[in-house]
Design a protein around this ligand. Sequence first.
Ligand SMILES: Nc1nc2c(ncn2[C@@H]2O[C@H](COP(=O)(O)OP(=O)(O)OP(=O)(O)O)[C@@H](O)[C@H]2O)c(=O)[nH]1
Ligand SMILES: [Mg+2]
Length: 210
Amino acid sequence: MADNILTASTFQNMAFECSAPNPGVFPEPDRPEIAFAGRSNSGKSSALNAICGRKNLARTSKTPGRTQMINFFATPGLRLADLPGYGYAKVSASKKDSWRNLIETYLAQRKALSAVVLIMDSRRPLGDFDRTLLAWGQEYGLSFFGLLTKADKLGNQAQIETRRRVAGVVGSGAVLLFSATRRQGVDTAREVLAGFAAEAGDGFDEANPT
Ligand SMILES: Nc1nc2c(ncn2[C@@H]2O[C@H](COP(=O)(O)OP(=O)(O)OP(=O)(O)O)[C@@H](O)[C@H]2O)c(=O)[nH]1
Ligand SMILES: [Mg+2]
């Protein structure tokens, strides 16, 4: 096990790297990578910003379908990939195909991918697209971590019930209630991400921070 300990400041030092519209321009897979995937408008970019302790690192929007490319963010020892949201009804069929192609190629081929954070709005988790992504990822042997966003919109009891229901599908212990606005779950999310990175860290020794 590598002594690749990622601290809060590791996340705070995350910097935008590039926007990739196709796999030809993905960055060199030289360090552990964690992808943020989920429905359009589920709160992926907001979660990424909250975890990194930064307001505008990833662009957020009230308009669904804002993130159309894979946006990469990097710091020594870790890279994060903000994937374009799926399930946005108003997107044309050809755009949907290109989305599918980009995401599926990424999940199937990205050598550095340590885990996928599956971001779901806690008010409507486990939609068709979420289940499709889980099925794909399981085929490729990927580890998933469920982040139930906008938990501030649910009462305590509903939060507990939702978490239990989702854990039954994603795997217990791998689901976290989260709120970017209240910063609920931020520290735990960092610990979980750091754990995935540390597990994968052995193969990436040069990229580890000193
Ligand atoms: N109340 C509340 N609103 C949130 C939270 N996280 C995100 N939002 C809101 O949800 C909307 C979508 O957030 P984004 O982070 O842009 O969602 P996204 O999944 O990146 O969206 P796409 O890039 O379009 O796929 C914005 O209006 C956010 O302000 C949260 O924890 N609580
Ligand atoms: Mg986004």
